[in-house]
Design a protein around this ligand. Structure first.
Ligand code: SAH
Ligand code: SF4
Length: 460
């Protein structure tokens, strides 16, 4: 692991560069636009932290910014198209404002065919950088100010043989009470449909000491909801197992919750379920992506667990932590999926009863094995998507109705975009209520009604 850690001397060099840039940068504004998952949101907070270190004021408004960074996602084609069209929006502005600088980063940029596309078709993008280059943002800004040409900071290691762990760079967090904490980066699982191992590099863990120090610091600052992040947290190897790390992260003084994302069913351990059951600061929410209920499809996906093993794990969670929410991901229309395979997914969904399903239509990803398999007609995928959504809505409605009359502890998010007072329960369920509670404060809410997506109640 040690060769992956960026040396302290390199981090100090970045700090020195940032310091030297301050006189030139101060007064300028930067905006980071984020697509994709929690890991990307977390990366954007690190990019913003490094930009602020260089002297930029961070703004959410791209129209005010002198520098715009687009942090992209590649997990499905739709996300890539959205990021590219976002970049396209700045074409005209760049023509009239030569001083505007545009950078692109994230999983899409990590793929060489997309970098070529950006290079050819998006000439107004000044620079691109990869998913393991965030600690070098100060150096990039220095290059941006002096370079006559467009440039790229992307590791040239082949395949997924890249990736570092960098510590001690600043993080500019969006929220003052919810925080992402990376436990590990990358993925070595190579599910046959997935671009992540190629886009995020080899699996690597941060040391438990560094993670716990960060969590303790956040709790001391008043953070109330902390999520430990990793593509497959159960393969965490930073000095202890993930269950122990989670338990320790959830053992500091004060009222707060610790969540984690994501656990792979093939190695979600019983110890992890036990920690959730006995540690009251571990949020009662298990996200366990199943992807399919058919053994044939699970094998073709290289998921390395069977339907029976998945069901056993899900039932263990339900039995040991009866108040936990269980959520999952399902892909509809994976290559070769027949109606019979999909029926197996439907029957698994009905048997388990998930609180929520994130349903995706399979999207072929370049250079993945599944891309070369026989594809399912789009109409079939769409039909299955609609059918699963309908089945799940009824299940979620019933589960949520079982909360009526109960009291749940809610962490307030203030007011949502519809003007309702809202927050999240330990299960991560959205709860709306009758009085304003300061964002980041806890309150007890008696649930009086429920829909498929949210609960509603009154403050006790
Ligand atoms: N590491 C996480 C998942 C990260 S990607 C895990 O293994 O659980 C998040 C979700 O996107 C996956 O669970 C999967 O359901 C979906 N996904 C990934 N690649 C996809 C593709 N090519 N097409 C459709 N959905 C995909
Ligand atoms: Fe992708 Fe599978 Fe890794 Fe999740 S575990 S990121 S789905 S390869």
């Amino acid at each position: 692991m040690s060769e992956l850690i960026v040396p302290q001397s390199e981090i100090e060099r970045q700090y020195r560069i940032a310091e030297s840039l301050k006189p030139v940068i101060t007064g300028k504004k930067a905006c980071v636009i984020t697509f994709g998952c929690q890991q990307n949101e977390s990366d954007s907070e690190r990019i913003a932290g490094a930009l602020a270190l260089c002297g930029y004021e961070i703004t959410p408004k791209s129209e005010d910014a002198d520098l715009i960074i687009i942090n992209t996602c590649a997990v499905r084609e739709h996300a890539e198209i959205r990021a590219l069209s976002e970049a396209g929006q700045f074409k005209n502005r760049k023509e009239s404002d030569r001083d505007l600088k545009i950078g692109m980063c994230g999983c899409m940029v990590q793929q060489s065919h997309r970098r070529q596309q950006i290079y050819k078709s998006y000439p107004y993008v000044d620079f691109v950088f990869g998913t393991d280059m965030h600690h070098r943002v100060p150096e990039m800004i220095e290059t941006m100010l002096t370079a006559k040409k467009r440039f790229s900071f992307v590791s040239d290691e082949p395949h997924n043989e890249f990736g570092v762990v960098s510590e001690d760079m600043p993080i500019l967090r969006e929220s003052s009470y919810k925080a992402w904490v990376s436990a590990m980066y990358g993925c070595d699982n190579f599910c046959t449909y997935c671009v992540v191992p190629r886009a995020r590099g080899r699996e690597r863990s941060r040391s438990a000491d560094k993670i716990l120090y960060e969590v303790k610091g956040l709790v001391d600052q008043g953070y109330k909801d902390i999520t430990l992040l990793g593509q497959n947290v159960n393969s965490y190897k930073g000095g202890c197992g993930f269950a122990e790390l989670l338990d320790k992260a959830a053992s500091f003084d004060g009222e707060y919750r610790v969540r984690f994302m994501t656990s792979h069913p093939k190695d979600a351990s019983s110890e992890l379920v036990d920690v959730m059951a006995y540690n009251p600061k571990v949020a009662k929410h298990f996200h366990l992506p199943v992807q399919s209920g058919s053994d044939r499809i699970l094998k073709a996906m290289n998921r390395r667990y069977s339907r029976a093993q998945y069901i056993e794990k899900a039932l263990e969670i339900k039995e040991k932590v009866p108040d936990a929410a269980l959520t999952t991901d399902v892909i509809c229309g994976f290559p070769g999926e027949t109606d019979e395979d999909f029926d197996m997914t439907l029957s698994l969904v009905k048997e388990i009863g998930f609180d929520m399903i994130f349903t995706f239509i399979y999207s072929p990803r370049k250079d993945t094995p599944a891309e070369k398999m026989p594809q399912v007609p789009r109409a079939d995928s769409n039909r299955r998507f609609a059918e699963l959504s309908k089945v799940e809505n009824d299940i979620a409605q019933k589960i949520n109705e079982s909360y009526i009359g109960k009291t749940v502890r809610v962490l307030s998010d203030g007011v949502n975009k519809n003007g309702a007072f809202c927050g999240r329960s330990t299960q991560n369920k959205i709860v709306t209520f009758d009085k304003f509670i300061e964002p980041g404060e806890f309150a007890d809410v008696e649930i009086t009604s429920a829909g498929g997506y949210a609960l509603a109640g009154i403050i006790k």
